[in-house]
Design a binder for this molecule. Structure first.
Ligand code: FAD
Length: 374
């Protein structure tokens, strides 16, 4: 029995290492258009969003559907636990999600029910010249380059195969070899174009960010959401800081715009004047990139279907359309994939994070338990 996973972004890799830890004797192959290597500009492909992400756990999926929130909540707890493992390059931080004013009819976001140190910020003078309305809580950020590499290396070191090959039609995965029993479709924006899937609900939301060196900024701040622009800062464990950003639905240009980069830096300086180095020198800019959040009308699609090929039943699980919350939902979605696979292969129902958070966390942590000795 072999498993094929399409896609090696954070969604595909998370599913891959989780399935591998549950089925250590199965052959698992990832087919991906691009190799999951490196940070930010190392891979510049419209079908690869994961290395461009700020990768903070945030309430970016708050206006989405209940099934999305469940995946996000589970992942909040998983990333919080995994942050105790320095090799994963995950850092616990404070975050402020702010607006200039309290919107009419505002209610606390769903994160208020479970996040550490959650509190409402009601017109407090925090930094800069403004006083703000919003929320504060503790969360995590992921240093994407290191994290994706750890997942990919772990997968390969345990016998997984990563094949750099784009497929045009889902049939190419179903027929990859004669032992295929399970295919997981984690193609992100690629699901819009993949033959046999052709999901026209999938669309890009362009985001541009600037990476700077600013180890003195240790918390995340995000301010408002304009129709196209937003202002945020996301620190990473290596002293670098992501400044953002843009949120441009149906824009597909992955070349960064220098004027947009300047505007992002200026907005961040106004929001948080402490961003400017204390000695008055220029900010140390490392790079600026643009990527496409693989969004989907209706929210992320995580569901299975059974396909019969040459008298063989194959489970096809879709896991794409994560928009601006691929890291935020990654482990929750991976675990749902595992539940579907286990039901298909062994007719066994696994309790998900919603009914057994401890069991879910044990599965995710179990992936990394012996990794350092391997
Ligand atoms: C500027 C920016 C900031 C962001 N900030 C955050 C954040 O703070 N938090 C957060 O959670 N998310 C954030 N995101 C969103 C996040 O990057 C995505 O949700 C996430 O990367 C989606 O992961 P994925 O694995 O589904 O897709 P991708 O990373 O795009 O990977 C898709 C994979 O499928 C492969 N593929 C596609 N088509 C085919 C095909 N036909 N054949 C073979 N392989 C194929 C690709 O090669 C790739 O390996 C941000 C995104 C951007 C652009």
């Amino acid at each position: 029995m072999s498993i094929v996973i399409l896609g090696a972004g954070v969604v595909g890799l998370s599913a891959a290492v989780l399935l591998q830890s549950q089925y250590p004797d199965r052959k698992i192959t990832i087919l991906t258009k691009v190799h999951p290597a490196g940070d930010l500009s190392a891979v510049n492909d419209e079908d690869y969003a994961s290395n461009k992400a700020g990768a903070v756990w945030s309430t970016s999926a708050d206006d989405q559907y209940p099934h999305v929130r469940g995946f996000c909540e589970a992942t909040y707890h998983a990333l919080w636990q995994l942050a105790r493992r320095p090799e994963l390059a995950i850092m616990r931080i404070s975050t402020y999600e702010l607006k200039p004013e309290r919107p009419e009819g505002w209610t606390p976001p769903y994160v208020s029910a479970f996040a550490h140190d959650f509190r409402i910020v009601d017109r407090e003078p925090l930094f800069g010249s403004g006083s703000y309305f919003g929320v504060h809580y503790k969360t995590t950020t992921v240093n994407v380059g290191k994290y994706l590499k750890v997942l990919a290396d772990l997968f390969v070191s345990r016998g997984g195969h990563i094949v750099v090959r784009g497929v045009r039609h889902i049939d190419e995965a179903l027929d990859y070899d004669e032992d295929v029993r399970v295919v997981i479709n984690c193609t992100g924006y690629g699901a819009h174009f993949l033959g046999g899937v052709d999901d026209q609900n999938v669309y890009p939301i362009r985001g541009q960010i600037v990476l700077v060196k600013a180890p003195w900024v240790c918390m995340r701040i995000s301010m408002g959401w304009g129709p196209k622009a937003m202002t945020y800062m996301i620190p990473r464990e290596d002293g670098t800081l992501i400044l953002g950003g843009t949120y441009e639905a149906n824009e597909r240009d992955i070349q960064p715009n220098p004027r947009t980069a300047d505007a992002i830096i200026e907005r961040c300086k106004v929001l948080y004047p402490e961003l400017v180095p204390a000695d008055g020198s220029q900010l140390d800019i490392i790079t600026t990139v643009a990527g496409l959040r693989p969004a989907r009308k209706g929210g992320v699609r995580v569901e299975g279907e059974t396909i019969v090929r040459n008298e063989r039943s194959i489970l096809l699980v879709h896991n794409y359309g994560h928009g601006g919350y691929g890291f935020v939902a990654s482990w929750g979605c991976a675990d749902r994939v595992y539940q579907l696979v286990e039901e298909f292969l062994h007719s066994r129902r696994i309790e998900g994070a919603g009914s057994s958070l401890a069991g879910f966390l044990e599965r995710v942590e179990g992936i990394f338990d012996n990794a350092s000795q391997e």
